[in-house]
Design a protein around this ligand. Structure first.
Ligand code: PHE
Ligand code: CA
Ligand code: ZN
Ligand code: ZN
Ligand code: ZN
Length: 286
């Protein structure tokens, strides 16, 4: 897999910060900041030649939208997905949560499109709405698929908070069907020089709906308001006893609330898993 450019990923993060600044300080479901975030990501995907679909999603705060982009594969029965939520909490601009994951998935999609490669499996990139009010967009998407469409999805990889300032390197470990995804993410993180740690995220992000249908899932997480342990500081650096992300769901979750090295490593792992799964012949019966 080619390198995913940190400079480009940071450019997407800055664009989302500017969108929050120009729209009342947040990018939450039902707000202009959310709509402008969707317009930005959609515009970048389409400029790179990817086809996009906007799905309407009913929520308790009115209609919102999922954005999905695709690169068609040669095998009609294989689909691999990368996803991240595009909405933020109401308290602030939502930069580590989750402009970071949005930027990493977006830049991975743009890098694949620019490569001109033709994948075996269809590559599908999802930007979910209304995660913050109960994983609404991703749940709606998975439920709206037919069982045949669901059975084609061989893996779903989630990115939610991947640039925490006092970073951890966690790989989701809450899906028995997805241990190969967990293991592949861990190997790719070792290739970045970082020992990943498994964490049972208990379905607290957008992979949960896929997990409920037995689809293999995995994901990346650099930590939230919980404190980094001494052992974790020893293996990853940073500050023991301090939160991984001191600005989780707060107004200070702005563009200064990102560790560039963590953002780069996690983005490169997303690139690595996409290229690996693009050409993989999945034999698992999901
Ligand atoms: N989904 C949570 C949020 O957006 C954060 C989270 C990310 C929790 C990853 C667990 C794992 O607020
Ligand atoms: Ca990189
Ligand atoms: Zn989140
Ligand atoms: Zn959140
Ligand atoms: Zn790297």
């Amino acid at each position: 897999a080619p390198d995913i450019s940190l400079t480009e990923v940071q450019g997407h993060v800055s664009a989302l910060q500017q969108i929050a600044d120009a729209n009342g300080g947040n990018r939450a479901v039902g707000t202009p900041g959310y709509q402008r975030s969707l317009d930005y990501v959609k515009g970048r995907l389409e400029a790179a030649g990817l086809s996009t679909t906007v799905q309407q999603v009913p929520t308790s705060r009115g209609t919102t939208y999922n954005l999905v982009a695709e690169v068609p594969g040669s095998d009609p029965n294989g689909v691999v997905m990368l996803g991240s939520h595009l909405d933020g909490a109401t308290a602030g601009p939502g930069i580590n949560d989750n402009a970071s994951g949005t930027a990493g998935v977006l830049e991975t999609a743009l890098t694949y499109a620019a490569s001109g490669e033709k994948p075996r499996n269809t590559l599908r990139f999802a930007f979910w709405g209304a995660e913050e009010i109960g994983l609404v967009g991703s749940s709606y998407y998975v439920q709206s698929l037919t069982s045949t469409e669901r059975s084609r999805i061989k893996a779903y990889v989630n990115a939610d908070m991947i640039g925490s300032v006092n970073p951890g390197y966690f790989v989701y470990d809450d899906n028995p069907a997805g241990t190969f995804v967990r293991d592949d993410l861990t190997s790719l993180m070792s290739a970045e020089g970082v020992p990943a740690e498994y964490v049972d995220v208990q379905g607290r992000s957008d992979h949960a709906a896929f997990l409920r249908y037995g689809i293999p899932t995995g994901g990346l997480y650099s930590g939230g308001s919980e404190p980094k342990s001494a052992a974790q500081a020893n293996s990853w650096g940073g500050t023991a006893g301090a939160s991984f992300d001191p600005c989780y769901h707060r107004s200070c979750d702005d563009s200064s609330n990102i560790d560039p090295t963590a953002l780069d490593r996690h983005s490169d792992v997303l690139g690595g898993i996409l290229w690996k799964y693009a050409g993989q012949a999945f034999t698992t019966s999901a």
